[in-house]
Design a protein around this ligand. Structure first.
Ligand code: CA2
Length: 158
């Protein structure tokens, strides 16, 4: 039997508060709901998911480095670190795994300081502003990249 593809799902600072506060921006689903959704979506394609949420940049970076050993790709919502963290970006580009960047809210419709993402150009997949459901689309698109059925711009490879 083939070893299943494993994905790392990373949620950054404050995403443990999902479903608890600011439901008008982030919806009513909890972090556990997000993790279940990604597990189920990946499971439909025979893939496994390891999950991590942390409020500490170094913990996120260590988990990204460790993924190099046994994961085929990373789904990440870096939270506010999206807009500040060169070190997170360096970790993602350093491990050279395909990355799907997800944001629940529409960054371009929010404050100007949320418009720039340090992660954007090291990610093969971007899903922004689709609510929690965006994690499912990001997971499918990342698996497409991993399985080689689309290129990193999402175009089908004939
Ligand atoms: O839209 C997204 O997914 C964000 O990555 C969420 C981050 C924010 O800093 C980014 O600009 C956009 C914030 C995560 C905090 O999540 C909370 C959830 C519920 C209540 C309070 C914070």
């Amino acid at each position: 039997m083939q070893t299943p593809v494993r994905l790392l799902l990373v949620n950054g600072p404050n995403l443990n508060l999902l479903g608890v506060r600011e439901p008008d921006i982030y919806g009513r689903e909890s972090l556990a709901d997000v993790e279940d959704l990604v597990r189920q979506t990946a499971g439909e394609r025979g893939a496994e998911v390891r999950t991590l949420q942390s409020n500490h940049e170094g913990v996120l970076i260590d988990a990204i480095h460790a993924a190099r050993l046994d994961c085929a790709g990373i789904v990440i919502n870096p939270g506010g670190l999206t807009h500040t963290s060169v070190v997170l970006r360096d970790a993602l580009s350093g491990v050279a795994l395909p990355v799907a960047e997800v944001h629940i809210s529409d960054l371009s419709a929010r404050e100007p300081f949320r418009h720039h993402s340090f992660v954007r150009d090291v990610a093969a997949v971007h899903v922004v502003g689709e609510g929690v459901a965006g994690y499912a689309r990001a997971t499918r698109a990342l698996l497409d990249v991993i399985e080689g059925s689309t290129d990193s711009a999402g175009r089908a490879i004939p």
